[in-house]
Design a protein around this ligand. Structure first.
Ligand SMILES: NC(=O)C1=CN([C@@H]2O[C@H](COP(=O)(O)OP(=O)(O)OC[C@H]3O[C@@H](n4cnc5c(N)ncnc54)[C@H](OP(=O)(O)O)[C@@H]3O)[C@@H](O)[C@H]2O)C=CC1
Ligand SMILES: O=C(O)CCC(=O)C(=O)O
Ligand SMILES: [Mg+2]
Length: 739
């Protein structure tokens, strides 16, 4: 029997799963394919950490570890939906919800003091931030808009905000004393074991990390963010935004850069509310309120200050009433850009702002230009190029614009900046050194207390594989492929040498392969976009993340419609669904009005790829027939406008799944490659066709009133399934096929 693993994740993609997976199970079963579920949701990952505290029935296995192993084998065939990369406020909320449901798990210890607390904290740290993707990504990524999706965008363009030449929106970035400018990088001549150590002014040496295994040819970088410079920079930006009277917005990746960026976020909160912290900082700290958890956490916890709570609240409100206006996540609810570190995530937030004519929302719900603060200058420049281009030439036109697909380096945790085990907040002034096993200092930085120092690894084999993937994509499409690498950056300079070496392994005759700095590559790419031409971006991990939201959001309106394949280096397949996240806003809408606007197009495309992968690897011819029919169905969902609309009373996620099933069954009934399968699906197609009106009506009738899911991070199975499968008529057809 062939197996496909379907991941159970969080938020909107999880809700969609309750509706879509039964359809997949029913259809895949006809080809002898077993669709298995593995729970890698935030709640599931938390529970897996504490088996000894749970009852037999409550215990869950460590599905993430299991899939991490599987990903290194040729058998892997995993469909990976987006999951929550939890910030501390999200983690706390999930823990509280599970506790309320009767799971005896411990609180998250903010400041562990005992051995037991340190152990608990270490377990929670394993599930914090981007803890899933790096484990599963045993390959590099290929993300692009399939032709059918691009054609759809051309014929039915999404709305784009107008750009005016006098827009005051711009990016502010440090450009000195930051990660980009302090970077050092080495290539290891042989396998070795490194140590990272801090040497204080008085010579005291503290090991920050030892036993760091590296391979021959591995690139290791080290750099730091000078926090005094960061705070001065942030304060200057507040003044600049006030002087320009534009919104102030901060764009970080506090989820993926899970150690560095929450610290930077905390500095932003502290400097923005500098007077509040100068006056009440000690009391806030004593009450366990940390700037790192955001303004939201501070406001929610103020009562702990007793009598002084109102005074502090007043001081915060007074600051908010002054310029600059903070950009808002939700102005109706008063949620600012500085409320929660995971609310504004640079990869999605900057493109959404650019799509919206350079405007964000202010405290009164007003649209306004913004000063977009992206402290580290490694990649901030690309957004300024796009903004300049829009100011000069107006918004892009989805009906004519070209595409920028991506080939991204990420295998074996390549360029996982800010990862937990190699990023440190420095305790005292001194130096941080990376030392090899012979005692030679490979890299060294002078640092001050509070600076954020980080190291990062990029193994050789993933780079070689990435170059191959880029050459293959360039060959398959005939489009130019640009390696976005800046020879002025230490890490990139080392990668450029490798890229040149590995390109020589391939026949590159007739291919247009270039190496350009990110800023120059953006310029070329957007110029070509306006000419309707495509340019493959071949990037490291961070730009992979940024570009695969930036360009799709401009080209297609959303990154949900991306094909997102990870050919695993050992032969398996990891099929990610779209390039976006778990869309918390969509869950709110479902809870309030029983309407889910999540678009599962990314899932549809991933399922088709996964089926074809099975066909190729296991010779399951029927899987190929299913996959091809699914592609036809997906195309019809697009062309016949069966994708979820945004508002109540129209087709939503569940309706789009019904139409997918209808078209998939029809395509299977009509195909001639497998007569038996056609015969099996003919009655299914007929029944769904005959009952279309009835099912569509049942799905519409379900909308409009609040829904109780029995939990947010850990919904009640029955309640969620009932909410997501409201058509008895449709369920009967699908369940009969599954039986
Ligand atoms: N691969 C992964 O596992 C990823 C996980 N994440 C996680 O997701 C969470 C939210 O991150 P955030 O940065 O807000 O980004 P999201 O991509 O979740 O949301 C941004 C917006 O994108 C639109 N969107 C995204 N996907 C879809 C879809 N399938 N259908 C329709 N619209 C979609 C929605 O816009 P609108 O509301 O306008 O419809 C949504 O509000 C975080 O916990 C983050 O860590 C983020 C990225 C990738
Ligand atoms: O792992 C994460 O936190 C986010 C990943 C992401 O945004 C992406 O891969 O595009
Ligand atoms: Mg992303």
């Amino acid at each position: 029997m062939s197996t496909i693993i379907y991941t159970r994740t969080d938020e909107a993609p999880l809700l969609a799963t309750y509706s879509l997976k039964p359809v997949l199970e029913a259809f895949a079963g006809t080809a002898g394919i077993d669709v298995q579920t593995r729970d890698i949701s935030l709640a599931g990952r938390i529970l897996a950490q504490f088996p000894e505290r749970l009852t037999e029935e409550q215990r869950v296995g460590d599905a993430l570890a299991e899939l991490g192993e599987l990903a290194t084998t040729p058998e892997a065939n995993i469909i990976k939906l987006p999951n929550i990369s939890a910030s501390v406020p999200q983690l706390r909320a999930a823990v509280a919800e599970l506790q309320a449901q009767g799971y005896a798990i411990p609180d998250y210890p903010e400041d562990p003091q005992t051995d037991e607390e340190r152990d608990v904290r270490a377990r929670y740290d394993k599930v914090k931030g981007s803890a899933v993707n790096p484990v599963l990504r045993e390959g590099n990524s290929d993300r692009r808009a399939p032709e059918a999706v691009k054609n759809y965008a051309r014929s039915k363009p999404h709305s784009m905000g107008a750009w005016s030449g006098d827009s005051r929106t711009r990016v502010a970035t440090m450009g000195e004393h930051d990660f980009a400018t302090n970077e050092q990088s080495v290539v290891l001549p042989a396998a070795d074991t490194l140590t990272i150590q801090h040497v204080a002014g008085d010579g005291t040496t503290t090991v920050l990390k030892d036993g760091l295994k590296v391979e021959e040819g591995e690139v290791v970088d080290a750099t730091f963010m000078d926090v005094a410079a960061l705070r001065a920079f942030l304060t200057e930006q507040y003044d600049a935004a006030a002087a320009d009277d534009v919104l102030l917005s901060l764009h970080l990746k506090a989820t993926m850069m899970k150690v560095s960026d929450p610290i930077i976020f905390g500095h932003a909160v502290e400097t923005f509310f500098a007077d509040v912290f100068a006056q009440y900082g000690e009391q806030l700290a004593a009450a366990g309120l940390s700037a790192r958890d955001g303004l939201g956490g501070i406001l929610a916890g103020l009562d702990a200050l007793g009598e002084q709570a109102e005074e502090v609240r007043g001081a915060i409100q007074a600051r908010l009433a002054e310029l600059p206006r903070l950009s808002m996540v939700n102005s109706d609810k008063g949620i600012t850009n500085l409320h929660v570190p995971s609310d504004v995530i640079v990869d999605a937030s900057m493109p959404a702002m650019i799509r919206n004519g350079g405007k964000l929302w202010g405290p009164q719900g007003e649209e306004a230009d913004t000063l977009a603060v992206i402290p580290d200058s490694s990649y901030a420049g690309i957004y300024q190029v796009v903004i300049d281009d829009c100011k000069a030439h107006g918004a892009y036109d989805p009906t004519t614009m070209g595409s920028v697909p991506n080939v991204g380096l990420m295998a074996k945790k390549a360029e996982e900046y800010g990862s937990h085990d190699k990023t440190f907040e420095i305790a005292t002034d001194g130096a941080v050194q990376v030392v090899d096993s012979s005692g030679t200092v490979l890299m060294e930085h002078k640092v001050h207390a509070g600076d954020i120092w980080r190291a990062c690894q990029t193994k050789d084999e993933p780079v070689r594989d990435w170059v191959k993937l880029a050459v293959n994509r360039a060959r398959a499409t005939g489009d130019p492929a640009i390696f976005w690498l800046d020879e002025a950056r230490a890490h990139d300079a080392n990668l450029i040498t490798k890229v040149k070496t590995y390109l020589a392994d391939h026949d590159t005759d007739g291919l247009d392969l270039r190496i350009m700095s990110p800023v120059e590559a953006t310029k070329v790419s957007v110029e070509r976009i306006r000419e309707g031409r495509n340019t493959i971006s071949v990037t490291g991990n961070v730009l992979r993340d940024y570009n695969t939201d930036l360009f799709p959001i401009l080209e297609l309106g959303t990154s949900a419609k991306m094909l997102s394949v990870v050919p695993l280096m050992n032969g398996g397949g990891l099929f990610e669904t779209g390039a976006g996240g778990s869309a918390p806003k969509h869950v709110q809408q479902l809870q309030e009005e029983n309407y889910l606007r999540w678009d599962s197009l990314g899932e549809f495309m991933a399922i088709a790829e996964s089926l074809r992968h099975l066909a190729d690897r296991e010779g399951n011819a029927r899987a190929a027939v299913l996959g091809d029919a699914l592609d036809k169905a997906t195309e019809r969902v697009l062309t016949e406008d069966r994708s979820p609309a945004r508002r109540l009373g129209q087709i939503d996620n569940r309706g789009s799944h019904f139409y997918l099933a209808l078209y998939w069954a029809q395509a299977l009934a009509e195909q001639t490659a497998d007569a038996e399968l056609a015969a099996a699906f003919a009655p299914v197609a007929q029944e769904l066709t005959e009952k279309e009106q009835q099912i569509a009506q049942e799905l519409l009738d379900a909308q409009g009133s609040p829904v109780d899911l029995g939990g947010y991070y850990h919904p009640d199975e029955d309640k969620a399934a009932a909410a997501m499968r409201p058509s008895a008529t449709f369920n009967a057809v699908i369940d009969a096929l599954r039986a």
